[in-house]
Write a protein that binds this ligand. Sequence first.
Ligand SMILES: [Mg+2]
Length: 197
Amino acid sequence: MALKLVIFDLDGTLLEQGLDFEAIRREIGLPPVVPILETMEALPPAARERAFAILDRREAEAAAVSRLMPGARELLGWLRGRGVRTALLTRNSRVSVETARTRHGLAIDAIVTRETHTPKPSPEGVQHLMARFGAGADETIVVGDYRYDIEAGRSAGTRTIALIAEAKAWAKDATWIASSLDEVREILQRLIERPVA
Ligand SMILES: [Mg+2]
């Protein structure tokens, strides 16, 4: 058992959270709290098209001014130096992710967005990435700041790291909890040094 693949969420994980999801729901006319993508998919065609136009614009604006989380570049480089594959799995659009990636010059091995796989909390994206890199569930870690990230990893059978600054009820389902990307790195370092721990 080795560490082969680390799958990162984007917003709030590698990038500082730039999307105001409540403002997006308000602009689209969705009630608070509902899952945005799933609720939009259920709208009639014209309303759905308008909603995605709003979401795409909001994401593009956020990507254009996005900032890296402290330690993100260092962590990706550190993993690369140890032969561990890295991937980005996000509910965002491809365009906004490419904007952010280019802006920050992120070196990452694969990107999966909502256009090609059922979004998290579905495990589809995680399973696709494991197959692509020949990584077993026990060789893969999913890192994210929201319950959908942890649910996607768990459903695919991987271990997970919840990256959270304050306690969250859903984080009990994560294998580990970290409050910074430096702490994520410490967890991964222990795994690399003692693979069966
Ligand atoms: Mg996130």
